[in-house]
Design a protein around this ligand. Structure first.
Ligand code: HEM
Length: 509
């Protein structure tokens, strides 16, 4: 006999195995029957992958399951929250239960990303991060960065007029500069800057390691104990290299700030503010490691997202020239043509503000947010939301919900304005946040992000008339990732004679 056991022992083992298997199947059927229903055509597995293109499916599902649903992908349950009302119930009112992030062995343990503010499941640490962010990213504190944001966007506007075909490079550099200046006081003269290259390489790795199933160790967890030399354990060597890359990427700019502090030449930035806050605070000591992570998250959280939103803005201006003209008329009326607009003009420009809001709604940067995970079992409307399940807000469908946003596919800044053209007070998505996430995980940088977008949008609108070659068909990415328009050839013409000179002289001040 294979195990060298007697027939009766072997029979008993076989019976035991069958009983165990049946038990597992019955338990899983019982627990499945208590989960919210959902579109899972394949028995047990549900679906083989997330749908591509995802938009029509996520919209259709939200209509079929207008509350919460369970989407199974390769058997793994994901609770999808389909409406603003259910987001309020599940992700806001049950914020503590839904505040987790999915834990992944390759990303969190082997690549060392567990303490990242985006991923941390250590509640004390997470609470500390949030306090730290509140102290340096609040609405008043971020006004210190308005000058940098405005200036970099003026520069991008000027560069785009000179070479419209390189518009995305200029926008990316401006956004990178803003992130590095705000976080570390470091200027980014070119998008080829070694620190930017390094951090971008790291972000592309993060995108790979957080996808469930990309690494076998996330499916068979005990493989993490294999020695590095063991055949098939190449992922461990790779993880060690990536971890070293991440560590150096966080440390290089931070250490430069520390050197500047030591030599008395540091500039005002988040790293300095956090270090000072830590030194002065009696109770809230964060420690260097947390500050390193927090500073790194400014580029990590703010760069690709802001670039994506600005790209969607350009697409909107090309597709809706009448909106562009209206905004330009507002800028001419309020700001004039002798100087470019700044963030100080924000409150005087309701139509431009409405464009910022509409860009974020029309093409939400994160169409299904960042996944949360259930910290404990929770009963909602009689359904079980089980501990450990991923939770995804169906933001895309919420932005297309006719009750809140009629003709949701249309870009209409007017939806945020009264008939007199003033900003509406009451609006869907304001009381229950929508585009920057939910509950205890809501984006701590959202006000900085909105300022970035405003600065970029008004600089571009003020300086150029934007269009695309006739017949250009603008398309968006089709899989679930940061949502952005695919590159298209932009045409940008100076709006009036001398516009470039005004920008140049403003930049020279
Ligand atoms: C257009 C720009 C941005 C968008 C659309 C955006 C969106 C989001 C979303 C949807 C989340 C997930 C919230 C959730 O899990 O419920 C998030 C988290 C986060 N964002 Fe942003 N974000 C932007 C810019 C920024 C900026 C500029 C910063 C940094 C200053 C930042 C830092 C973070 C951090 C640290 C988290 C993790 C929060 C946590 O897990 O507790 N983001 N963001």
């Amino acid at each position: 006999m294979a195990l060298g056991a007697s027939p009766s022992v072997s029979t008993a083992l076989q019976v035991g195995a069958v009983v165990l298997l049946l038990g597992i199947i019955i338990c899983s059927m019982i627990s499945r029957s208590r989960l919210p229903p959902g579109p899972n055509p394949i028995p047990i597995l549900g679906n083989l992958s997330l749908p591509v293109p995802f938009r029509p499916k996520f919209e259709k599902w939200a209509k079929e399951y207008p509350d919460v649903m369970t989407l199974r992908v390769l058997g793994i349950p994901i609770i999808v929250v389909n409406t603003r009302q259910s987001v309020l119930e599940v992700m806001e009112k049950r914020a503590a239960a839904t505040a987790g992030r999915p834990h992944q062995i390759m990303a969190d343990e082997l690549c060392g990303l567990a303490p990242d503010p985006f991923r941390s499941n250590d509640w004390d640490m997470h609470k500390q991060y949030r306090r730290l962010f509140n102290s340096v990213l609040g609405p008043r504190a971020i006004q210190a960065y308005w000058g940098t944001q405005t200036r970099q966007m003026h520069r991008a506007a000027l560069e785009i007029l000179g070479a419209p075909d390189r518009h995305m490079e200029f926008i990316r550099r401006a956004v990178a500069d803003i992130a590095f200046q705000i976080a570390y006081g470091i200027e980014i003269e070119s998008y080829d800057h070694p620190m930017v290259k390094r951090v971008n390489e790291g972000l592309r790795v993060v995108e790979r390691v957080v996808v469930p199933g990309n690494f076998i160790v996330d499916i068979i967890p005990f493989l993490r104990y294999l020695p590095t030399w063991f055949p098939g354990a190449g992922f461990k060597k790779q993880a060690a290299e990536w971890r070293a890359h991440f560590d150096a990427t966080r440390n290089m700019p931070y250490d430069a700030v520390k050197a500047d502090i030591a030599s008395g030449s540091s500039k005002s930035c988040l790293a300095v503010a956090m270090i000072e806050h830590d030194a002065e605070s009696k109770d809230d000591k964060y420690g260097e490691n947390m500050i390193r992570w927090a500073c790194a998250s400014v580029y990590g959280g703010g760069a690709d997202t802001s670039v994506a939103a600005l790209q969607s803005f350009l697409a909107a201006m090309v597709m809706y020239p009448e909106v562009q003209s209206k905004a330009q008329a507002e800028l001419d009326r309020v700001v004039g043509r002798d100087r470019p607009p700044t963030l100080e003009d924000c409150e005087l420009l309701p139509y431009c503000n409405a464009i910022v809001e509409e860009v974020l709604r029309w093409q939400p940067v994160t169409t299904v947010g960042l996944p949360h995970s259930m910290v404990n079992d929770e009963i909602y409307n009689g359904w079980l939301l089980p501990k450990g399940a991923n939770v995804l807000p169906n933001i895309w469908a919420m932005t297309r919900d006719e009750r809140d946003f009629p003709q949701g596919d249309k870009f209409m800044p007017e939806r945020y304005l009264t008939p007199e053209g003033k900003t509406k007070e009451e609006l869907p998505g304001r009381q229950i946040p929508l585009l920057f996430g939910f509950g205890r995980r809501i984006c701590p940088g959202w006000q900085l992000a909105v300022a970035n977008l405003f600065a970029g949008i008004v600089a571009l609108l003020w300086s150029s008339t934007m269009s695309a070659e006739p017949g250009t068909d603008i398309k968006w990415i089709e899989h679930i990732a940061i949502n952005h328009a695919l590159d298209f050839p932009l045409q940008a013409k100076p709006r009036f004679p001398g516009v470039e000179d005004v920008l140049r002289s403003t930049l020279a001040e």
